[in-house]
Design a protein around this ligand. Structure first.
Ligand code: M6R
Length: 609
């Protein structure tokens, strides 16, 4: 989703901004741009559709120089990817802005500003911000007041940064709806959508609160809150482990991240284990007392994180805890019935997903016992605004298609389920077997990743078609959903997941010899049922690909490709079965020559509704 970077520096800032844009690329975007107040005090701008490399190429042909500037990667919402729609947007050559979010009242503002003689060049909602700031600047004492006054007129999500020729030594930015971090370094003061963009130039970071307006000069910054009061916000030093490493010899970030999963699982698990045993105090000092009051859970998330929530429902219910799971964008607009003792659980890789953040913010006063977030980004909005944060230790995930963050979420959710299942301090009878399976999991995943699963042939079959069905039963149904999501995200093949038992109620009509049908087959109480569904597909000439526990595979007869995954303990089966499905999607996308790490139209951090 849109990425913002800007700053004020004692030296030329252009290369810092372009480097920052490269670091924001993983978020997903379709065009990029930069504007600086140049050495003559004029606004100079370059914009390009496509990759940041195209913008960088433009700058090497036609350089810009300035000490104050803003830059942006755009993920189109209003208006197609086009140079005219790329940010920064300017007003009367005196103000430039970059924006992340959606200005919901832009149409009315556009009419108002047009009537006053402002000229609109783009199809975006953002251009109204540039004109509003320019108009306010004529009335206000300075850029900060002008930005503050513009903010008062805007509705929706409108984190933005602005520079003006009238104040060539400063940058003013406002946070509303999507994150903005201030970074302080030897080379100046900066703002950006995330910490990663600023790692080469800043060591101290300040995470702005909703409604904050920050004013940067080369060596200082001031923050005003939503009420216009000058405020201090806590600064944190960056941890060196936050640095975005390279691909370490892997062809794509996604493949590297798939291979990191054994370590990620081990690291995440260690957070809450002590001597191999679960210590609920490690979730939060008050976790034991709080969890004793929990009578059920509502899990809210989007995309892959939603699938993690669906897996968790099976786990929680198997341990006797009622659970409801819902896609955040739907949950938010429904009338919810919240029973006493309900825990709100949000799950998010980024911690900034607007759809997931909104229900958390609206939860206050609705009767939830407390909120827990399972999240991969420390200091993210979800982490800061939840009562308890369970941080997954996946490290930065660069591939837009989530892999290691998902498995880390599952580990955290398994731990949460066990902690909630303890009643009056009594350990649930299943806990010991679960922990045993979890402790052995990193090694099982390593073995799996080292083995030749024979996915090349399956990927090449999938890559020749346009559709695929993923089927699983019970807890494997969300695993199938995640497998289908991975395939469609990065290979653009239409993939649908169904509970295998639902096949005969409709989707069976799709099955012929051109429809690959992917099954996951663990050794569990549903094995015989899933095998029957497999037969139904094979009887109709469907091309089956079965990912099976070794014991389950032994009961398979007949045709079809079978990928054996070893003996998989039931509590960790959703995690183990996920890895080959990630690899299947990855190899299929590679065969198709798709942009694996930055699939078209998608964003890593979805900060608009
Ligand atoms: O950052 P979040 O986990 O809240 O993001 C939720 C979804 O946008 C995300 O999982 C998305 O579905 C990914 N592209 C999945 O690969």
């Amino acid at each position: 989703m849109c990425g913002i970077i800007g700053g004020v520096s004692p030296s030329d800032i252009t290369s810092t901004l372009i480097d920052g844009l490269h670091r924001l690329e993983y978020r997903g975007y379709d065009s990029a741009g930069i504007a600086v107040v140049d050495l003559h005090g004029r606004l100079a701008r370059r914009r390009a559709v496509g990759k940041v490399a195209a913008l960088a190429g433009m700058l090497s042909d036609d350089p810009l120089h300035g000490r104050v500037g803003i830059a942006h990667t755009r993920w189109a919402t209003h208006g197609r990817p086009h140079t005219d729609n790329a940010h920064p947007h300017m007003s009367r050559d005196s103000v430039a802005v970059v924006h992340n979010g959606i200005v919901e009242n832009y149409a009315a503002l556009r009419d108002e500003l047009t009537a006053e003689g402002y000229c609109f060049i783009s199809e975006t909602d953002t251009e109204v911000i540039a004109h509003l700031v320019e108009r306010q600047l004529r009335r206000a004492n300075n850029l900060r007041e002008a930005v503050g006054a513009a903010v008062q007129r805007l509705e929706g999500a409108f984190t933005f940064a602005a520079v003006a020729v009238s104040e060539p030594d400063r940058l003013v930015a406002a946070r509303q709806g999507s994150p903005l971090v201030v970074g302080i370094g030897d080379a100046g003061c900066f703002v950006a959508s995330d910490t990663y963009a600023l790692l080469p130039v800043a060591r101290r970071f300040i995470y702005l609160e909703e409604g904050d307006v920050v004013e940067l000069t080369g060596n200082s910054f001031r923050i005003h809150d939503a009420g216009g009061r000058l405020v201090e916000r806590a600064a944190s030093e960056v941890q060196s482990s936050l640095s975005v490493s390279d691909k370490e010899g892997f062809r794509h970030y996604m493949l590297k991240e798939i291979h990191e999963q054994p370590d990620v699982v081990a690291r995440t698990l260690d957070t809450w284990l002590e001597g191999g045993h679960l210590n609920p105090d490690r979730l939060a000092p008050h976790a034991r007392a709080l969890f004793a009051q929990v009578r059920g859970a509502h899990i809210i998330a989007c995309g892959t994180s939603y699938h993690a929530g669906l897996v968790a429902r099976y786990w929680l219910e198997s341990l006797g805890i009622p659970c409801h799971v819902e896609v955040a964008s739907e949950y938010r607009y429904r009338k919810q019935v919240i029973m006493p003792g309900t825990l709100l659980v949000t799950i998010s890789q980024s911690g900034e997903t607007a759809d997931t953040l909104a229900p958390l913010r609206e939860a206050a006063g609705k009767g939830y016992l407390a909120s827990v977030t399972v999240c991969n980004v420390p200091n993210s909005s979800l982490v800061r605004e939840s009562d308890i944060a369970m941080l997954t230790r996946a490290g930065p995930e660069i591939g837009v298609a989530s892999t290691k963050a998902f498995t880390a979420q599952l580990v955290a959710l398994a731990i949460l389920a066990l902690a909630l299942a303890r009643r009056d301090g009594d350990i649930h009878p299943a806990e010991s077997a679960w922990l045993h399976a979890l402790r052995d999991l990193p090694e099982s995943l390593r073995t799996l990743l080292r083995s030749d699963l024979g996915l090349d042939a399956l990927s090449s079959t999938l890559s020749r078609g346009n559709h695929a069905l993923f089927l699983g039963r019970g807890i494997q149904y969300p695993v199938a959903m995640e497998g289908a999501l991975k395939l469609k995200e990065i290979s653009y093949i239409h993939a649908e997941a169904y509970p295998a038992g639902e096949l005969k109620h409709g989707p069976l009509a799709l099955v012929d010899d051109a429809m690959p049908v992917i099954f996951t087959l663990p050794q569990d109480h549903l094995l015989a049922k899933t095998c029957s569904n497999l037969k139904e597909v094979q009887a109709r000439g469907g091309r089956t690909m079965v990912f099976a526990d070794d014991r389950a595979a032994a009961s398979l007869q007949g045709n079809g490709d079978v990928v054996r995954l070893g003996v998989v303990p039931e509590p960790v089966a959703p995690i183990v079965f996920t890895l080959p499905l990630q690899l299947l999607a990855y190899h299929t996308a590679v065969v198709k020559g798709a942009d694996v790490d930055q699939p078209r139209n998608l964003a890593k951090s979805v900060t608009v509704e």
